[in-house]
Design a protein around this ligand. Structure first.
Ligand SMILES: Nc1nc2c(c(=O)[nH]1)N[C@H]1C(S)=C(S)[C@@H](COP(=O)(O)OP(=O)(O)OC[C@H]3O[C@@H](n4cnc5c(=O)[nH]c(N)nc54)[C@H](O)[C@@H]3O)O[C@H]1N2
Ligand SMILES: Nc1nc2c(c(=O)[nH]1)N[C@H]1C(S)=C(S)[C@@H](COP(=O)(O)OP(=O)(O)OC[C@H]3O[C@@H](n4cnc5c(=O)[nH]c(N)nc54)[C@H](O)[C@@H]3O)O[C@H]1N2
Ligand SMILES: [Mo]
Length: 796
């Protein structure tokens, strides 16, 4: 039992060490509102965390119709009862007094309170008018990785078959587009190969651009417990900052930003050179090994050292560890994904596992991580740039199958081109071909790159913007209609975490005021639009979460993400269950690819792959001749330098990211007092050497400037690489003092004022971690402000 006394100072709590191959001990973390004890709780309602992708299972404590706390679920496979700081404190945001309680509509330039009928009436009228006047391509949807499966599926059906638009994507484009793409490139299909249980078995763990200690605190607790138990795994960390992960690593490689491909190619070079290739595995299950061997032949550690600025001996040491591992678990996240060669680098981690035969066995795991709680569902339901059920838009048979599930003609479902990615949707809005943008559960006015551009796109007169959120966010403030949404704890649905574990999250309390569940809003819209199937029946035949889940099960049947063996009752009471879950695998599936590569056959695969440099989609015939038997595809990539490199004007590399205490644009975590107090304002990290070279000191107010814009922040010197500056991207403007709108009167505090409109050519994920900036002094730290607050979250 860990009662979370001070889980701000110690985010991970007490250790429960364990030995390899034994189950992870449970530890039940609880946090209740001051003055409330467990016996005071009226009901515990089953749920899982909505503040990251780990899928921590928890029960929501309800007293007198209000949420009063949370308790981890010891029975769950994911967390065995543990909770992280955001899980423990974040629920308080639900009851924040500034929740949206009524729809708002814009009148004479101002947002005013309205009612559902008026708000939905305006949306429907605009959608009808645009459909008649300009066609379905004038309407777009930008959703999230934070709704429930049932909601994404409904949105995908109404957008793709109801409206008939190709312009539907999620903020998952900023988040896990590369995870999905890397899996498609290598395995022909999305779907996480590994399992969190691989931590229990691994003898080696490698984290590529993944600050797990801060961003998946509970998974990190699991790894810490292995590190403190007998026979601990070796740990390799690749991150330019000296993170908590780096501190525990046997080898910490701190490359220049944007050089992951060079580093990975050198690691592959060493593994091949030292004869550590699993030939039998490569021959049986892959194509493309010879091309890889040729491509990395010249990529020596010495060569990579020159590009990455990492000592060659350290690269050799890491290669030795990775090359001798018997049970290797790798994870990959934003340090790789938000980069100019995102997919190319993520695919090299897949290649590492293929050449070493490290798949499909306990401890031999690959986690191309997700970040958001239900990003997996956005992808599988086709509410991102994919078709539902991991279907291939280039495969007419797949489109026909989907059309049969929806009882529509195949031509109804746009598949003339790849589904439009989010960066392109915003481009269409900028150019004026897109005239209506419905934004659900995301705050692009803080989270997209180059915010001055995003603000000007959203503020256009000709673009009709709908924002569906809990709060009047920076984005909602620019909308024409604002819809108040219910959230976690106030509605029922399922969500699937990064290791394919499906959890049920049940409604615990009523939403505030007139706020409604996203599912109900979508169903209402579909009914008002009167979308029809090809027999003139209603297109959408479900009416609540459980019937929506059943509809999705029919769509998922026979596909890799098969949910047919699940139902709400099976998800109640015990642990979450990993898909595929079918009649043949009723308890779910721990690992994919235990029996060879399953979904890469040309008839089955979700994608025929793309060119690693241009991102152009391969033709079906090309894929068929490359990979007729549906093996894993080993794709080599040549290192290319970052698009925006440092210069005399902008001498530092700029990277952005997270702290343990906040979630994204802080709409929830800034409304939880403990979390807000732990990290109340933006800061900028540079190394002590860099600071002294520029005559700067800890606590100084500095300005971080790029060609796009500037941010003012307090300086923190940390053990980050020299030549680099890090900004957390959490801080927008909704909670700055009234009347003070920084981006209007000069430098702001949102990191994305400075980031660039540019993306990985393959996954189209924006480059939040490769840019160039300069840091200049604005004002010295006042001598009486004392030293900076130390937080467990900073990479000191
Ligand atoms: N506390 C907290 N947890 C979260 C979230 C949150 O907002 N707050 N968000 C959730 C979501 S949606 C996501 S996507 C995940 C993200 O989780 P992470 O990917 O772990 O988080 P980031 O801080 O974005 O980036 C990870 C690391 O990448 C490093 N990095 C930067 N550039 C490079 C590079 O060129 N190469 C390498 N190898 N590393 C580099 C950074 O120093 C940083 O430590 O976290 C999830 N969990
Ligand atoms: N510079 C920089 N920028 C980044 C990143 C980075 O590392 N650096 N990371 C990127 C990544 S990985 C991500 S995931 C994005 C995240 O970026 P966003 O998606 O913009 O971030 P959030 O603050 O999570 O926004 C979610 C919104 O949904 C609302 N919401 C919560 N629950 C519900 C619900 O049930 N229904 C509805 N309708 N609304 C709800 C919240 O109030 C909030 O306004 O940011 C990206 N931007
Ligand atoms: Mo994310």
């Amino acid at each position: 039992m860990d009662t979370s006394a001070d889980r701000i100072a110690d985010p991970w709590g007490a250790r429960t060490p364990y030995a390899p191959g034994t189950p992870w001990p449970s530890r039940t973390d609880t946090h209740l509102r001051a003055g409330i004890a467990e016996p005071d709780v009226d009901r515990w309602v089953q749920s899982a965390s909505l503040l990251h992708s780990n899928g921590d299972a928890m029960d929501i404590a309800v007293r007198e119709g209000r949420i009063v706390g949370v308790r981890g679920r010891a029975a769950d496979r994911v967390n065995r009862g543990r909770l992280g700081p955001k899980d423990l404190y974040g629920w308080q945001a639900n009851a924040s007094p500034d929740r949206l309680t009524r729809p708002l509509v814009r009148e004479n330039g101002r947002l005013v309170e309205s009612d559902w009928d008026t708000a939905m009436g305006r949306i429907t009228a605009r959608a009808r008018h645009l459909l008649d006047d300009k066609g379905p391509g004038s309407i777009g949807f930008y959703t999230t990785g934070q709704l429930f499966l049932e909601e994404y599926y409904t949105l995908a059906v109404l957008a793709r078959a109801g409206i008939g638009t190709n312009h539907l994507d999620g903020n998952t484009r900023l988040c896990t587009a590369t995870a999905a793409e890397a899996l498609k490139e290598t395995f022909g299909c999305d779907g996480q190969p590994g399992s969190y249980e691989d931590i229990d078995h691994a003898d080696t763990v490698a984290l590529f651009g993944h600050n797990m200690a801060e961003t998946q605190t509970v998974l990190w607790m699991r790894l810490l417990d292995r590190l403190e138990g007998s026979d601990p795994p070796r740990l390799v960390c690749v991150d330019p900052r000296y993170t908590h992960v780096a501190r525990r690593a046997d080898v910490h490689l701190a490359p220049r930003a944007g050089t992951n491909v060079a580093l990975l190619n050198a690691l592959l070079h060493e593994i091949i050179r030292t004869g550590r290739v699993d030939r039998a595995y490569v021959d049986a299950h892959t194509v493309g090994f010879e091309e890889l061997a040729a491509a990395v032949e010249e990529c020596t550690p010495r060569w990579a050292a020159g590009i990455c600025d990492v000592p060659a001996a350290q690269i050799e040491r890491a290669a030795e560890i990775l090359g001798t591992a018997e049970r290797l678990l790798s994870t990959v996240l934003q340090g790789v994904y938000q980069s100019h060669q995102a997919t190319a680098a993520a695919v090299q981690v897949n290649n590492l596992h293929l050449v070493r035969g490290m798949l499909g066995r306990p401890g031999r795991g690959l986690l191309q991580m997700n970040g958001q709680p239900s990003a997996e569902n956005t992808r599988e339901c086709g509410a991102d740039g994919d078709l539902p059920g991991f279907r291939n838009w280039q495969n007419d048979q797949h489109v026909a199958e989907l059309a049969a599930v929806w009882n529509v003609n195949p031509e109804t479902i746009p598949h003339y081109a790849p589904p439009t990615h989010a960066m392109q949707i915003f481009r269409y809005a900028e150019q004026g071909s897109l005239r209506m943008l419905w934004i659900t559960g995301t705050n692009p006015a803080v989270s997209l790159p180059e915010l001055s551009r995003i603000r000007s796109i959203l503020a256009q007169e000709r673009l009709f913007v709908v924002a569906q959120d809990l709060f009047l966010t920076e984005t909602a403030q620019l909308a024409d209609v604002v819809l108040p949404a219910a959230t976690w704890g106030e509605k029922t649905g399922t969500l699937t975490n990064a290791d394919r574990t499906v959890h049920l999250s049940e409604k615990a309390v009523e939403p505030p005021g007139e706020a409604r569940a996203d599912l109900d809003i979508f169903l209402d819209f579909a009914a008002r639009m009167d979308f029809r199937d090809k027999d003139d029946g209603p297109l959408i035949t479900w009416h609540d979460p459980e019937s929506a889940f059943a509809a999705w099960q029919r769509c998922s049947a026979g596909r890799p993400c098969d949910y047919t063996g699940l139902d709400y009752d099976r998800l109640r009471g015990g642990s979450g269950i990993q898909w595929p879950c079918t009649e043949q695998a009723p308890d779910g599936t721990a690992r994919l690819y235990t029996d060879g590569i399953a979904y890469a056959h040309p008839d089955t695969c979700e994608s025929y792959g793309k060119d690693m440099v241009t991102g152009a989609s391969m033709e079906p015939v090309e894929y068929r001749s490359l990979n007729p038997d549906g093996k894993a595809v080993i794709k080599a990539a040549e290192y290319l330098p970052p698009h925006e490199d440092t210069s005399a004007d902008y001498p530092l590399q700029l990277i952005t990211g997270r702290t343990v205490y906040h979630f994204h644009t802080r709409t929830k975590t800034a409304r939880a007092p403990e979390l807000n107090a732990a990290a109340p304002d933006v800061w900028a990290e540079i190394s002590p050497a860099e600071a002294s070279a520029q005559g700067l000191a800890d606590g100084d107010l500095v300005q971080v400037t790029t060609p796009r814009g500037a941010v003012r922040a307090r300086l923190r010197t940390t053990a980050i690489r020299d030549g680099m500056v890090f900004l957390p991207f959490h801080y927008g403007y909704w909670d700055t003092p009234a009347g003070h709108r920084p981006p209007d009167d000069g430098p702001g505090r949102a990191a994305n004022e400075t980031t660039i409109t540019d993306w990985d050519p393959v996954s189209k994920q924006p480059l939040f971690k490769t840019g160039a900036a300069r840091v200049t002094l604005v004002a010295r730290r006042a001598s009486d402000t004392g030293t900076r607050t130390e937080t467990a979250g900073s990479s000191t």
